[in-house]
Design a protein around this ligand. Structure first.
Ligand code: IMP
Ligand code: MG
Length: 175
């Protein structure tokens, strides 16, 4: 596998995003972070550690996708948030990667249904050329990447490679 972003490049980028978020949320008393499992584990924990100055509650959400009998894909939220935790909050959703945008679209729909005041997105990786639904307000994006499958730093292929510290490009020969 080829390295796309090494540990140092990732850490530098996460620190830049954290600084930006720290500034923007410093005075916000209604902010909360929602971490999307499982792919965001490394990103979110590094990001939070780079934000030492503010106290913001953190929740987790998980979305599972099911292939239907037709070509359509169903996405369902499998870990639920309490309405009382979200209502009136300025939510920042922390994602590992945005591909088609459908996962995020589903999450935004769900968080909106709990009456969040506002929703922003922070994603480490973004694949603009793969987008099928428009969801991104591109305020907090780490790296825009090509249409390629990447693993490591939390990202998996069939639950493998999440532990790697670099982000690697998975090639046909690795399958
Ligand atoms: P979307 O719903 O198409 O935007 O895809 C989002 C989800 O697909 C992510 O949260 C990842 O779990 C997975 N995904 C998309 N692209 C990649 C990739 O290159 N590597 C690993 N997982 C990916
Ligand atoms: Mg995945």
């Amino acid at each position: 596998m080829k390295i796309l972003f090494d540990k140092k490049t990732i850490q530098d980028k996460v620190s830049i995003l954290a600084n930006q978020i720290s500034k923007d949320y410093l005075l916000n008393k209604h902010a909360m972070f929602i971490i999307v499992l499982k792919g965001s584990i490394h990103f979110a924990s590094d990001l939070l550690r780079f934000i030492p100055t503010i106290n913001i509650p953190v929740e987790f959400i998980r979305v599972k996708s099911y292939e239907g009998t037709s070509q359509s894909q169903f996405l369902s939220v499998t870990s639920f948030l309490k309405e009382s935790d979200i209502k009136g909050k300025d939510v920042l959703i922390i994602e590992d990667i945005i591909d088609s945008g459908k996962t995020l679209e589903r999450i935004i729909f769900y968080v909106n249904s709990l009456e969040a005041k506002s929703i922003n997105i922070c994603t480490l990786l973004n694949k603009p050329s793969c987008r099928k639904v428009e969801v991104l307000n591109d305020k907090y994006v780490g790296f825009n990447i090509e249409d390629q499958f990447v693993v490591g730093y939390g990202l998996d292929f069939k639950e493998k490679y999440r532990n790697l510290s670099n982000i690697m490009i998975l090639e046909e020969s690795d399958l």
